[in-house]
Design a binder for this molecule. Structure first.
Ligand code: ZN
Length: 374
């Protein structure tokens, strides 16, 4: 069996496991298959279990002096009501999670094979998160610890075809991603019967209404700032002045500077009450935006060089959604993301990748890695 056929066999095997984030056993089945292949490639494999999530899988090559490079992937896929199995038809591979990001995992395996064959398999650490689709929270502390030992992180989220026909002559790489924050807002009032207290009422719902309008006005879509209160509940009955109201805020930002300014404005809105109530905000989650740094720019220059030699137009782009790159970039690593296979219809039963893009990416990344290690 030649190398490409073997890699497609591996792809079929791992796509056919419905490794939805919350299906710990299924995620670990993918880990079992990968562990075996990585061990056979001569890497040292470590697995870190977790009570609720799948194992964090780490595989390390031999180390020597020089830049340390992480290859980031995830073994989970987004949960869907019906599972679609693997199919290889004409020039595409189909199946749930094939693009996001099981084909990306295969690209990593192919890159490792390539480096091994050329005697350049060193200073590489593969890090596979079992719960990336929910923000890689289970192993967060260990992930940070691992990221801090690296200089660069290559991330194998799918490449996307922004315009049909772009691939294979145009490639959209990602080195900027928006960040997000989730917060709960709570308002407490003194309540009371509407008939007795209608003058001077201090309704938690009314106060929340003022706050939502002020919060939404902070949105500046062209600068990547989005605020949305998407969930609200409160009150007791139509004839009772609402003593309590709770709302959830989703904030998207494109830079940390923006976030710091917005955070102050949001706190000011929450603390400034129109009525005699008390207000509270609780930050539930924060994913830092992925911003450009000098190391990321260096990676892009290397990628551009290879692209030019191969007559590919490389485009530097930003994505709205986050990936493991956000946390790694926040810790100062140079990042290049969207190095997985090129496809579309992520998180749906029509997900696919161009089969050849898997092998193109292997050549592309193999080349960048060799240059980085020189
Ligand atoms: Zn992904």
């Amino acid at each position: 069996m030649n190398q490409q056929t073997l890699l497609l066999k591996y792809l079929e095997k791992i796509v056919n496991i419905p490794s939805f984030t919350e299906e710990k056993k299924a995620v670990n089945k993918v880990n079992d298959i990968l562990s075996k292949i990585l061990t056979n490639l001569g890497l040292k494999v470590f697995r870190y279990p977790h009570a609720q999530a799948g194992d964090l899988l780490v595989a390390q090559s031999a180390m020597r002096s020089g830049k340390k490079i992480a290859l980031l992937g995830h073994t989970d896929i987004v949960s869907l009501p019906h599972f679609t199995f693997f199919q290889n038809k004409q020039n595409k591979c189909y199946g749930n999670g094939v693009a996001d990001m099981k084909a990306g995992l295969i690209v990593i395996l192919g890159v490792l094979q390539k480096l091994k064959a050329s005697g350049e398999l060193y200073n590489v650490t593969c890090i596979f998160s079992p719960d990336e689709e929910v923000g890689s929270v289970a192993h967060k502390a260990r992930l940070h610890h691992l990221y801090q030992k690296q200089d660069f992180a290559l991330v194998f989220e799918p490449g996307l075809e922004i315009q049909p026909g772009d691939w294979p002559k145009k490639m959209w790489l990602v080195n900027q991603r928006n960040g997000m924050s989730l917060a709960d807002i709570e308002i407490f009032g003194d309540g009371g019967h509407v008939a007795n207290k209608i003058i001077n009422r201090n309704s938690a719902i009314e106060e929340m209404a003022y706050k939502i309008i002020h919060l939404h006005k902070l949105t500046q879509a062209k600068d990547g700032i989005l605020l949305n209160v998407g969930l609200i509940n409160g009150g007791q009955a139509p004839n009772v002045i609402a003593p309590y109201c709770r709302a959830s805020l989703d904030l998207r930002i494109s830079s940390l500077g923006q976030y710091n300014i917005l955070r102050k404005k949001i706190l000011h809105i929450i603390q400034t009450n129109h009525l005699k109530v008390t207000s509270k905000i609780t930050e539930k989650m924060f994913i830092p935006p992925l911003e450009l740094n000098r190391k990321s720019e260096k990676l892009f220059v290397l990628a551009k060089q290879y692209a030019k030699e191969n007559d590919i137009l490389l485009i530097n782009s930003r994505r709205n959604g986050g990936s493991d790159a956000n946390q790694a970039g926040f810790l100062g690593l140079g990042i290049l993301d969207a190095l997985g296979a090129v496809g579309a219809n992520l998180h749906s039963d029509k997900e696919w990748v161009y089969t050849r893009s898997i092998f193109d990416s292997i050549d592309f990344v193999g080349n960048i890695l060799s240059s980085l290690q020189k």
